[in-house]
Design a protein around this ligand. Structure first.
Ligand code: ZN
Length: 405
């Protein structure tokens, strides 16, 4: 019996043969090693124009880089990826394939550079003896241009609707102006104090332009960034009376975790009030010798070196004495960091922590992976990749569960 027919018993218990639809397996396999092998891309699968339930974004995991579905022969299958998984954003299905009399296997490989304007089309792989005869094989690319396609570009009306009802009208007006389209990479926002003004600078960061054939900071990058990211920063800046704020990275296609690619990450590297300017930078913390960075004292470097060495001893010996010595050394360094952290940075972090939409705060002083859990923030020793990346800016991740839960 082939899979187009099936035997069943009718009410009179005589055997008849009726057709049922043949089932085919479709799989998409992602290779994102070009930028990050374990990139957690959000996805939903569309079969014949409808999202396959349950309608909740899933995401690729470190272990499983495949999306697989079983469908009826003749079906059309495609994907919504990245911020397009949000129910309100589903306009650009990608990697569509029509399933015929064979299973389908699609291998999608990420590619960097801005010289490949290919749309997300599938290219058939010619049949060879080594390939399974009951499967059609395709390849496709995941370029910066495809990232731009699968990253939702918010309109001013969408931004306005997304901002909570209790958003400060000054913040609302400033956020909406970004999605209306700025003429230059600067924005002035009135402060709460009389005549006070916050000057916001949007700095071109290079990654979008290096990986997309045509990409503008004002028309492509800023409006692909979630409105809550700007809302959080402007709210914080007005609360802490900032007069200057440098925003260095918003949405970007081909670098780092999914946060920036999904428009949920935003970075700042300079803040100033009317009497103090701070470069958010602790570069040189782990380099021996005298510190010339105003945010690091030579004494602190010595304490960190002692802490690092004591932790190493703890790993080697694993006894009570070295464990206690490690704790004492590292407590001394952490106390020194806490004592010297600029008051303005602490106020900024406290304000951001209190905002409902802010999930993570990663900066040169502290790493907080979840502002809403009971775990305390970790002092940044610049020992892990994540700590080292955040030695020269403050990053926040916005939580929008309809994109990334
Ligand atoms: Zn960032």
């Amino acid at each position: 019996m082939n899979d187009a027919t099936s035997s069943t018993l009718d009410t009179n218990a005589s055997v008849t043969t009726v057709p049922v639809h043949a089932q085919r397996r479709v799989s998409y396999e992602f290779d994102t090693k070009a930028t990050r092998a374990d990139l957690a891309i959000p996805y939903v699968v569309i079969v014949n124009g409808k999202v396959r339930g349950p309608d909740k974004p899933r995401r690729l995991s470190r272990e499983n880089r495949k999306i697989a579905v079983t469908v009826e022969a003749g079906s059309k299958v495609a994907l919504y990826l990245n911020s397009d998984v949000h129910p309100n954003h589903r306009r650009n299905p990608v990697y569509e394939v029509t399933v015929n009399d064979k299973n389908v296997s699609v291998k999608i490989t990420e590619k960097t550079g801005n010289d490949d304007p290919d749309p997300p089309t599938l290219k058939p792989v010619p049949a060879t003896l080594s390939l399974s005869p009951d499967t059609e094989f395709y390849t496709a690319k995941l370029t910066g241009n495809v990232w731009m396609t699968i990253s939702h570009k918010y309109t001013e009306a969408e931004a306005n609707a997304l901002l909570p009802a209790n958003t400060d009208p000054v913040v609302r007006k400033a956020v909406c102006s970004i999605y209306r389209g700025l003429g230059v990479g600067k924005l002035d926002i009135p402060l709460c104090v009389e005549n006070g003004v916050l000057h916001v600078s949007f700095i071109n960061q290079g990654n979008p332009q290096a990986n997309i054939s045509r990409c503008s900071l004002l028309n492509d990058v800023l409006p692909r960034t979630h409105p809550w990211a700007f809302m959080a920063l402007f709210d914080m800046a007005r609360h802490t009376q900032l007069s200057q704020l440098h925003i260095t990275s918003c949405w970007r296609p081909s670098l780092g975790s999914i946060a920036h690619r999904a428009g949920l990450g935003i970075d700042i590297d300079v803040v100033a009030t009317s009497n103090k300017r701070i470069n958010i930078n602790r570069v040189g913390l782990t380099v021996p010798n005298t510190s010339d960075n105003p945010n690091i004292t030579t004494h602190e470097k010595e304490l960190l070196a002692a802490c690092t060495n004591a932790r190493l001893q703890e790993k080697l010996h694993r006894d009570k004495e070295t464990r206690e010595a490690a704790k004492a050394n590292c407590d001394s360094w952490e106390n020194e960091v806490e004592k010297n952290e600029p008051q303005l940075i602490r106020s900024i972090r406290r304000k951001l922590q209190a905002l409902e939409v802010v999930e993570q705060i990663l900066d040169p002083w502290y790493i907080e992976l979840n502002t809403k859990d009971s775990k305390s923030q970790k002092t940044n020793a610049q020992s892990s990749d994540n700590e080292r990346i955040h030695k020269d800016h403050l990053h926040i991740t916005i939580k929008d569960a309809k994109i990334y839960d």
